[in-house]
Design a protein around this ligand. Structure first.
Ligand code: ZN
Length: 216
């Protein structure tokens, strides 16, 4: 099974995708996580990526496609989170899957209002060690700046700072909204309202996916 998860920054794609991967055994491919790992490892790609991500800009299509190309045709099934983010990437994905004879089973769009997104993003923090997400308003670590789970540093990522958030929204509207139109023109998009508790969003997500079954 191959699923594309679309949605604006702050819609909760990462949280939901991790949970869905755990419950279905699908491989979770998060380009954001992959890039952050490259940044942490100080690779050439990581250094390049950081210069874009810190400003809230997208890493160039060619770098993203090269990074993920070998992984998307995994016969075990993949859950794509953060890819494709541009129409160029969506077309590259189609080419790779077509060559492998593997169709996309479902495109799911997680939608949230703009006000809600800004509210969520501006309160978001994350543990630099174990990647546990925190919300500085509703779910702050019990000791400021220290992860409850592992004692690591809890920080606000550069791309969650106000200036970068504004830019991420702008870039999303310019480059990723057309991806949604691209898939909608083929009629295979399931819409989920991603406002509400993580549990209720997860339920809506599994219902949307349930209709495509659990086989490869
Ligand atoms: Zn931690």
């Amino acid at each position: 099974m191959r699923i594309v998860l679309l949605g604006p920054p702050g819609a909760g794609k990462g949280t939901q995708a991790r949970r869905l991967a755990d419950s279905t055994g699908m491989k979770h491919l998060s380009t954001g996580d992959m890039l952050r790992a490259e940044v942490a490892a100080g690779t050439e790609l990581g250094l390049l990526a950081k210069s874009f991500m810190d400003k809230g800009d997208y890493v160039p299509d060619s770098n993203i496609i090269a990074m993920i190309q070998q992984l998307i045709a995994d016969p075990a099934g993949v859950l794509l989170d953060g890819f494709p983010r541009t129409v160029v990437q969506a077309k590259a994905l189609d080419d790779s899957l077509e060559a492998a004879g593997l169709p996309i089973d479902k495109v799911i769009n997680m939608s949230v209002s703009n006000d809600e997104l800004v509210r969520r993003l501006s309160s978001r923090a994350i543990c630099t060690e174990c990647q546990t997400p925190y919300n500085l308003v509703s779910d702050a670590p019990s000791t400021e700046g220290i992860c409850d789970k592992c004692g690591g540093d809890v920080i606000v990522r550069n791309d969650d700072r106000p200036q970068a958030i504004m830019n991420r929204m702008k870039v999303f509207n310019e480059l990723t909204v057309p991806v949604l139109s691209y898939y909608k023109s083929r009629g295979d998009v399931a819409e989920i309202i991603a406002t509400g508790s993580p549990d209720s969003v997860f339920e809506a997500l599994t219902q949307a996916i349930g209709s495509v079954g659990h086989s490869n």
